[in-house]
Design a protein around this ligand. Sequence first.
Ligand code: FE2
Ligand code: FE2
Length: 196
Amino acid sequence: MTPRDLALWRAARPWLDVRANDVHTLIAWRLARTLLALRPGADEAVVLPAIILHDTGWKRMPQDKLAKAVGPNPQFPELQRDHELAGVEIGSEILRRLGLGLNDAAILGIVDGHDTTRAARSPEDAVVKDADKLWRFTPHGVATIGGWFGTPAPETLAMLEDFVLPSLLTPEARIMAQGFLAEGWAAAEREERMNG
Ligand SMILES: [Fe+2]
Ligand SMILES: [Fe+2]
């Protein structure tokens, strides 16, 4: 990480120790860097800080409701909006305190609505949204989501393929997602072959 992102990460980290958000953030940060390299035109000084701050708000949500806030049939869907608003508050305090000379309004504008808006509101927003969702396709994402919903890997992979893949905004992210899916299906199949 650059000194800028390391400073942001250290400030955000105390807010990221719920629902595996720390590892989620580190993986999404790396995926965003890859998307930025494949897709020139988005400002990395907006994308990468937005990724580090985007899910800080989950820590302020009632912890017993976290697992039921997302997914196909969420019991507490309002927490999706609430964690965005809390993330804007936490992120703006961090940006103000660190004084890195960044475009705070653009960064916080992406945090605000990162889950509850579907369309890309800017090239930077598209990369953040796709990097955030791409994490779900990684081995850590498949295992973590499977844990939340109690779904075995093949079921999680089918859900990602049918519902999340079509929602990705950039062709680069769709290709990356298909690479992760190939690995995920191979791992699931290997499990079956080795046991059967
Ligand atoms: Fe989020
Ligand atoms: Fe996220």
